[in-house]
Design a protein around this ligand. Sequence first.
Ligand code: ADP
Length: 707
Amino acid sequence: MLQKARTMLKKYFGYDDFRKGQEDIIQSILERQDTFAIMPTGAGKSLCYQVPALLLDGVTLVISPLISLMKDQVDTLQNMGVPATFINSSLSFAETQNRISQVKEGKYKLIYVAPERLDSAGFASLISNLQIALVAVDEAHCVSQWGHDFRPSYRHIPAFIKQLPQKPIISAFTATATEEVKKDVVSLLTLNKPNIYITGFNRENLFFSVVRGENKRDFLLNYVRTNRDQVGIIYVATRKEVESICKGLQQAGLNATLYHAGLSAEERKENQDAFLFDNNNIIVATNAFGMGIDKSNVRFVVHYNSPKNMEAYYQEAGRAGRDGEPSECILLFAPQDVSLQKFMIEQSVFAPERKSNEYKKLQEMVDYCYTPNCLRKFILEYFGEENVTDHCANCSTCNDDSELMDITIEAQKIFSCIVRLKERFGSTLIAQVLKGSKNKKVLALGCDRLSTYGIMKEYTEKEIKDIINILVADGYLSLTAGQYPVVRLEEKVIPVLKNGAKVYQKVQKKKEKLTKDNSLFELLKELRKDISTEENLPPYVIFPDSTLQEMSKIYPLDAPSLLKIKGVGENKLQKYGDQFLTQIRMYVEEKGITTKEVPAKETTNVSKKTGKTPSHLITLELYQKGLTLEDISQQREITLATAQNHIIQCALEGLAIDLDAFIPQQYEEQILKAIKKVGGEKLRPIKEELPPEVDYFAIKAVLCKYE
Ligand code: ADP
């Protein structure tokens, strides 16, 4: 059975090996055992039920919490050639019935449904004579009120399963591993003597860091600027701040959008899609964003505020780097974050026992922010792992290259000023007094007569406030709760004022960019974007970044080599292989790269060896017989873009093609001008210079004609 599972893994998903834990989980399901898998976000849970679904007789019902993402999940599967569909309230009754009858005909192996659907009597009768082999409950922690996304409708799953004519195998998947949640999943979902698998929680490719005492806005802006081409999520605690941060990034020329529950459903969908499709590479969002999002090329997740507990943090941060490529998880901490979280707990309607549990978890979150030890060790031990090494070499503690700067004098001046102000004011007024501001309030309060007035003239008010924040983060000062926090002195101040104890500030060295420039990778991304626009599928559904990265390192030049790349399965090879191969060959030729792979020209020979005419030559043959490219794409079941690329490939190989037939005469001059203006490396910038009716094919034809 496992051998068959491996075959499916390669054929559909394009992967050679299972990741840690996947094999055991799949085996357990195939042995018809109820199975409960706890794996961190991005570890590859979905594959653990998708592979068995392909092998079991009957269909697999996947219960997934978010309707808005089902289409995306199903598109991803269909694009790999896995027969899957979804049924939810976005479909008409007729379409629902149509899909069910297609399931009955054996057209689909997986059906995605939302838990709410299970309550409907109509649905139960619709599927009553379907053979359901496996029920996979995704995000199973939603069944537990201890989990962070409790969904009452998850409680109805057992009743639904019970009324099925045959008991299916039940499998449950979550990233939440607390004891309460574990117990609830097993008992509330009525798992029968389940095999429980808890894979390691480590995500090796993620770099964790906590940043304290920095001006958050400045830090964020610098960081995003440095990584302006990368895909990232910025989590912010409140809607208001989401709006203002997003605006700030946009004003700085960064390509950001936003998401929070206060937006209309259409706006949310639009912004989410813009992010999924890489039209906006940055999304600023509250924690309403992200559950079920499996965009695999997220390179960084920044938490602008500390979340309420480690479970929420690890789940949100874990949305970075699902493709296994190096990615960063940065938490910007300020003591005010804790006050906000405490306020939310206080305002909640939880029972006292639950509230005290929430406080405890919040404290553990704060401990993470202050730990002087390895951050990864802290996380893994929090989730119950044992024998964790002390140094992971991939977190801000283990890679601390910051320098210490002596700020004792500044600290003493600030402390004295606060003493003079009798600990009655906030950081703004303190900074104004130290700066020597002539602000009305400062003068009205007579602060200009204080001995500390103007003793930090050489600093800006903002710089003084930043130092105050650092002193708060390091426990010298504290802030009272409420809208206008007052700065208070802590005990740690005494040795500094009395005995001249030193105060230091950590200064981070300038961060490097997350990834090095790689021009083939950029070109492949462009190509993926073009296909994505054409097929209306998010780019990562075409290929994840990791697949494009591997292509741009290995330079596969023919179909067998391309199939060896992780993430290229048979279906995708057939659909997209030609286009990617053409791009890689062009690049290799242009740069004069010698590769270990078969040289480009021999590709044709390889095909000859197998006795098959290369795909682009078949297209050419049909074209020469008088078929249009549209006809050819229909007849050969390839996309129009693929047929067009075949023609370009033929032209590049020196075959006689009349490129003028594809260049609208009235635009030729304009296209040439655009190429001169923005260069011929990337297609999109050229397209943006031109009227919308000029398509990519015309641009490629011009590029090819004028080489
Ligand atoms: P989870 O549901 O656990 O958060 P996913 O199932 O979305 O994670 O998987 C995360 C990413 O890992 C996906 O892009 C998936 O294709 C990839 N992946 C899963 N299993 C493997 C594997 N065996 N080899 C390589 N990549 C894998």
